[in-house]
Write a protein of this length. Structure first.
Length: 339
């Protein structure tokens, strides 16, 4: 089964852990660097994929780390035993966990003078690290919205206000570890009076769990309005910490002025996000004018079929073609049938 890359969650590029065993894979790592390297060495940043290896001869808990399909090393054994079961479970869902990886490479210059440097003459050396948080923080405990949305980039921490009044919603989401990530939907709150200012409400699983101060709201209202014009919700990472007695909610999202031009311009019209693999969750469109269309090789879709958030295609069904649109405008579907 082909796996779809899933970018595991983190706290804005940390925590970081060292990759081990790079010295045994220097030839593969060297291919990630340009032919001519500066004398001081250089850094490259890539996405790394975690590949569990339960059949590894030396360590049945092993987790290999690949970049661009090349083996660059492994997770330290004490970490691998914690993470391999999680990565295997993700694989069974059709997902391949990936994360940011930075590699520092150094090409020793050729030396024929007989000095100490000659022992490394022309050799390549590298050190690598990956972003990897605690096992329980690799994925959010909530499902994403079932309508078109856009996730804001990670940003500085901002305390949500009034979450203490919503303990009934938040406490079950924290769980035994005492902390968890959830999807937070940012919604504009219109003022109750002419003198009042617009605010921002934070929703989790369809329930309001707090709001932002007027000053903080001003940083997010422009992006909320921008996405709303394209029929999309603004979604951000919210970190919950606490227990059944008290839970704090902290928003981690880039403010409007921190978004780069490419992020702002990459807003698509209101439609359900495309799916890259059969195992990915099927999104439900925001309006009834979109209908579900099955990929080639799937059984016919029953009339009015709308999968809920827990629905998954049967494992024996073929993987959809790359970029397959699961939701199409009803008018276009009828026109295609008429032809």
């Amino acid at each position: 089964m082909a796996l779809m890359d899933y970018l595991i969650w983190n706290r804005g590029g940390w925590p970081r852990v060292d990759v081990v065993g790079e010295q045994y894979h220097s030839k593969e790592i060297r291919r990630l660097f340009p032919g001519n390297m500066p004398m001081t060495g250089m850094d490259v940043t890539r996405l790394a994929r975690f590949v569990p290896e339960p059949s590894n001869t030396y360590d049945r808990n092993a987790v290999r780390i690949e970049v661009d399909g090349l083996l660059i090393g492994y997770l330290r054994a004490t970490l691998a035993s914690q993470y391999q079961p999680i990565f295997l479970a993700m694989n069974r869902e059709g997902l391949a966990p990936v994360t940011t990886c930075e590699i520092h490479g150094y090409q020793y210059p050729a030396d024929s003078s007989g000095t100490w440097l000659s022992r490394n003459s022309g050799e390549f050396d590298a050190q690598a690290w990956v972003v990897l948080d605690e096992p329980h923080l690799l994925r959010p405990v909530t499902a994403p919205p079932r309508v078109p949305y856009r996730e804001l980039p990670h940003g500085s921490a901002l305390q949500v206000r009034g979450e203490e009044a919503h303990l009934d919603v938040l406490a079950p989401l924290v769980g035994p570890p005492g902390e968890s990530w959830v999807h937070g939907v940012l919604r504009a709150q219109e003022p109750a009076t002419e003198k009042a200012k617009r605010g921002v409400l934070i929703e989790v699983n369809g329930s309001v769990i707090g709001d932002l101060t007027p000053a903080s709201s001003a940083h997010f209202l422009p992006v909320i309005d921008h996405l709303a014009k394209a029929g999309q919700l603004a979604v951000a990472k919210v970190l919950l910490k606490g227990n059944r007695l008290k839970v704090e909610a902290v928003l981690h999202a880039a403010k409007a002025h921190e978004l780069d031009a490419s992020w702002i311009s990459h807003v698509v019209p209101a439609a359900a996000p495309p799916l890259g693999a059969a195992a990915q969750q099927v999104a439900i469109p925001a309006k009834p004018r979109f209908v579900f269309q099955a990929p080639p090789g799937w059984p016919p879709v029953p009339a009015g079929f709308e999968p809920d958030v827990s629905w998954r295609p049967a494992p024996e069904w073929p993987t959809p073609p790359a970029g397959w649109e699961f939701w199409a405008p009803e008018e276009a579907t009828r026109a295609g049938t008429a032809k």
